[in-house]
Design a protein around this ligand. Sequence first.
Ligand SMILES: C[S@@+](CC[C@H](N)C(=O)[O-])C[C@H]1O[C@@H](n2cnc3c(N)ncnc32)[C@H](O)[C@@H]1O
Length: 187
Amino acid sequence: MKPIFIIEHLEPKMWEWCVIEYKNISKIVGAGNLWFTNVPLKDFAKVKKFGKVFSESVKEMKLENACLLDMESGEKLLPADASKFNYFIFGGILGDNPPRKRTEEELTRFMKNAEIRNIGKSQFSTDSAVFVVSEICKGRKLEDIEFADEIKVKINKIESTSLPYKYPLRDGKPIISKELIKYLKKH
Ligand SMILES: C[S@@+](CC[C@H](N)C(=O)[O-])C[C@H]1O[C@@H](n2cnc3c(N)ncnc32)[C@H](O)[C@@H]1O
């Protein structure tokens, strides 16, 4: 059985940036394998095309064989370990620099039934974290994935902006949603 990927929405608003990431996550794992929890009813329409949407928090769901991804965990997710989980839970949190341990504060400490794992000690965006976990589920080890520690996005001929998060690479290029690049150029 394919695992379900769960994004617990934890931002105070459904920012456009969140919607772009959630859409990208749906492309990575497929809408049939994706749940969004803790979504206010007024925002259902913005994300319902990308997966199953719940106003209920994952904290209230009694899920068995669940793994919560938190960079503060002391244990790394391994392929053999990943195959035993039915659910992978992520914080729907935008990156912050330096990280504020929001996953631990707002999610991990309430999830007594879940096992907690990291995918390294650096911060990924939620969509990149989902990509990495989906690769580990396919049997790839974290060590076998190439990463950049930070990426620069060119805004125009003169300006560029830096995203201080870890990004997986494919053929030496960061895997990042094209829509996010467009969004960054526009704003
Ligand atoms: C942008 S990160 C949020 C990190 C946030 N700044 C914090 O302090 O917790 C969004 C989500 O991606 C997942 N994530 C990101 N990097 C991770 C890592 N190195 N190990 C495990 N999970 C990670 C977590 O589920 C996290 O809630």
